[in-house]
Design a protein around this ligand. Structure first.
Ligand code: FAD
Length: 312
C-alpha cells in the first residue's frame, strides 16, 4: 500500500479526460492492451474465456462486472439488468457461481431504496442458482449504507451474501463484531481509497496492525472469512494464527486480484489453501485500473512500457 499522497495522485489522475481517452484507446486493445494484465476483458464472454483455466490451477474465482458511481435510476436499473444477464451467462458456461458488485453501480447515489431494489432483482436469479454475491466496500461515505443494506437483505432471508471490511478504517473492529454476530461472510482488505485522517489510519504500519487484529477476530468468531491481500506478511501471519488455533484450511480462504502475485496464488494452492481470484471485467475498467496503479509504482512502468510498445 502506498502512502496517502500517492493514492491521492492516482485518484486525481483517474479524473483527467485526456488520460482516460488514451487509456481507453490502448488499454484493452486485443491481445496487447496494457490493462489486460488486470482486467479480464470488456464483455462477459471474454471474461468467461479468460477464467476457464483457473480451476485447473486449483483457483476459485469471483467475477466483478466493473462499474461505480452511477448517478441516475435508469443507469442503475440498466446495471442490474446487465448483472441478471451475467448471472445467466455464468450458469450456462458452467464456471463457478460467485460475483462481486458495488452498490454505487446499483444506484446508492440515487437513494438507498434504489440500490436495495436492484440488489433484490439480482439476488432473485442469484439465489435460485446457488450464487454467492459479495458487496464490495467503497469509500467511507458509503460504509454505513453498505452495512445497512446488507443487514436489510439479511433480515429478508438472503444468506448467500457478504461484504468487505477495510482495516484502514478506525471503525472496523465494531463493524466486524456486528457482522460476526449475524455470521455474514466478510472479506478483509486494507482499503483502496484515499480516506481522511480522522476516519482512517494513514501509515502502512497502522493499517497492517489493524489488519492483523481484524484477521484474528474473523478467524476466531467469523464465518468463512476471506483474507484478501497480496502482502506476504499478512498471509504468513494468517497461516501462523490459523495453525496455532487449530483452524483448518477449509474454514477460510485467501483472495487476490486477477493478474497480481500469481506466484503467491500458486504457492498457496500448493500448500493446500483455498485461494480465490477476483476477476474484474467490463468497459468501465478505468477507475479500478487507476486504483491498482496507485498501489504499486512498478505497475506504472509496466503500463508505460505497454503504451509505448503499442504505439511503436
Ligand atoms: C480480492 C480483493 C478484493 C478487494 N476488494 C476491495 C473492496 O471491496 N474495497 C476496497 O477498498 N479494497 C478492496 N481491495 C483492495 C485492497 O483494499 C488493497 O487496496 C489492495 O489489495 C492492496 O493491498 P494489499 O493488501 O495487497 O497490501 P499492500 O500493502 O498494498 O501490498 C503488499 C504487497 O502486495 C503487492 N501488491 C499490492 N498491490 C499490488 C498491485 N496493485 N500490483 C502489484 N502488486 C501489488 C506488492 O508486492 C506489495 O508490496 C481488494 C483486494 C483484493 C485482493
Amino acid at each position: 500500500m502506498l502512502d496517502v499522497t500517492s493514492k491521492a495522485l492516482f485518484h486525481g489522475l483517474a479524473k483527467i479526460p485526456t488520460l482516460q481517452r488514451l487509456a481507453s484507446k490502448y488499454g484493452m486493445a486485443p491481445g496487447s492492451g496494457f490493462a489486460r494484465r488486470f482486467i479480464a476483458g470488456e464483455s462477459i464472454a471474454e471474461a468467461i474465456d479468460c477464467v476457464k483455466d483457473l480451476p485447473s490451477k486449483g483457483l476459485l474465482l469471483t467475477l466483478d462486472y466493473l462499474g461505480e458511481s452511477v448517478s441516475s435510476a435508469a443507469a442503475a436499473a440498466a446495471a442490474a439488468d446487465d448483472y441478471v444477464r451475467i448471472i445467466d451467462a455464468i450458469v450456462k458456461s458452467g464456471i463457478e457461481r460467485n460475483v462481486s458488485l458495488k452498490l454505487t453501480q446499483l444506484g446508492l447515489d440515487v437513494d438507498k431504496a434504489t440500490a436495495v431494489d436492484n440488489m433484490r432483482r439480482i439476488l432473485e436469479p442469484a439465489d435460485a442458482n446457488g450464487f454467492f454475491v459479495r458487496i464490495d466496500m467503497e469509500n467511507s461515505p458509503y460504509t454505513d449504507a453498505t452495512l445497512d443494506i446488507l443487514d436489510t437483505l439479511w433480515r429478508q432471508g438472503h444468506r448467500n451474501i457478504g461484504t468487505v471490511i477495510q482495516s484502514c478504517l478506525k471503525r472496523s473492529p465494531e463493524d466486524v463484531r456486528r457482522l460476526n454476530v449475524i455470521q455474514a461472510r466478510v472479506r478483509l482488505v486494507k482499503g483502496a481509497y484515499k480516506e481522511p485522517k480522522n476516519l482512517a489510519f494513514q501509515r502502512k504500519a497502522d493499517v497492517d496492525a489493524a489488519y492483523l487484529e481484524l484477521m484474528h477476530m474473523l478467524l476466531d468468531e467469523g464465518h468463512y472469512p476471506a483474507i484478501a491481500t497480496h502482502d506476504p506478511d499478512m498471509i504468513d501471519a494468517t497461516r501462523a494464527y490459523a495453525k496455532s488455533q487449530g483452524i483448518s484450511n477449509d474454514r477460510f480462504e485467501f483472495q487476490m486480484l486477477y493478474g497480481i502475485r500469481r506466484d503467491l496464488q500458486a504457492s498457496l494452492v500448493k500448500d493446500g489453501y483455498r485461494v480465490r481470484v477476483y476477476v474484474p471485467f467490463g468497459k468501465q475498467w478505468y477507475p479500478y485500473f487507476m486504483r491498482r496503479l496507485g498501489e504499486r509504482p512498478a505497475n506504472v512502468a509496466f503500463v508505460l512500457k505497454g503504451i509505448l510498445s503499442d504505439q511503436g
